[in-house]
Design a protein around this ligand. Structure first.
Ligand SMILES: [Zn+2]
Length: 207
């Protein structure tokens, strides 16, 4: 399961995806993956909870999350100058983990929690550094008419970078959005054929 293909799956959820010229897709995918990996290299060998302590990020555990448009939320993060907090919906994380089945195996709840914490840590780290991969990358033209040109940033690049951070930091075999697809397939919300078709389409767009 190729990182670039899974990253492009994530990018395809961006509202501006169809505004990105096909020959620029690799630029957004590769730059975002690199941002996550290079940040992970700064923290090689460290423990995620230790990073939370050192950076004064509070972890708050609660039972289960609300459903949002049929998607189970793993938690919510609050970022402000006064402090950062990650709220973890433990029951949701455990349920998502047990239903993320591929090749007969599934994530443990602890693994799924670590992925969530690593992913959120990347967002907070970028916030604390006062920069974002989204702003560092070139905007795309959203609208062009009679010499008027409006550009916008591709927000999903931040998600790709956070996935790449979690994968590299935790030494995972796949970009973690793969497990989201496993969950959708296991729970019958997506067919394996639809997933294969999506992967095929994304692979073709990158070649
Ligand atoms: Zn995120």
């Amino acid at each position: 399961m190729d990182d670039r293909v899974l990253a492009l799956c994530e990018l395809s959820n961006d509202l501006l995806f169809r505004k990105i010229p096909e020959d620029r897709l690799a630029y957004y995918v590769d730059s975002s993956l690199e941002a996550g990996r290079s940040t992970a290299a700064l923290f090689r060998g460290r423990d995620i909870r230790e990073l939370y302590r050192q950076n004064h990020i509070e972890i708050r555990y609660t039972g289960s999350g609300k459903q949002n448009y049929g998607v189970i939320l793993r938690g919510q993060s609050a970022m402000s100058k006064a402090g950062c907090r990650v709220e973890v919906y433990w029951d949701s994380i455990a349920a998502l983990a047990s239903h993320s089945v591929w090749e007969g195996q599934s994530l443990t709840a602890e693994q799924a929690l670590d992925i969530h914490l690593a992913h959120e840590f990347f967002h907070i780290w970028e916030f604390q550094q006062g920069r974002s991969i989204v702003d560092a990358l070139e905007p795309v033209t959203r609208f062009q008419l009679l010499g008027i040109k409006k550009a916008a940033h591709v927000r999903r690049c931040e998600e790709i970078a956070a996935h790449a951070f979690a994968k590299a930091f935790l030494g995972l075999p796949y970009l973690p959005n793969f497990y989201d697809y496993c969950y959708l397939i296991t729970t019958g919300k997506m067919t394996p054929e639809a997933f294969q078709a999506l992967m095929g389409k994304m692979t073709a767009l990158l070649s």
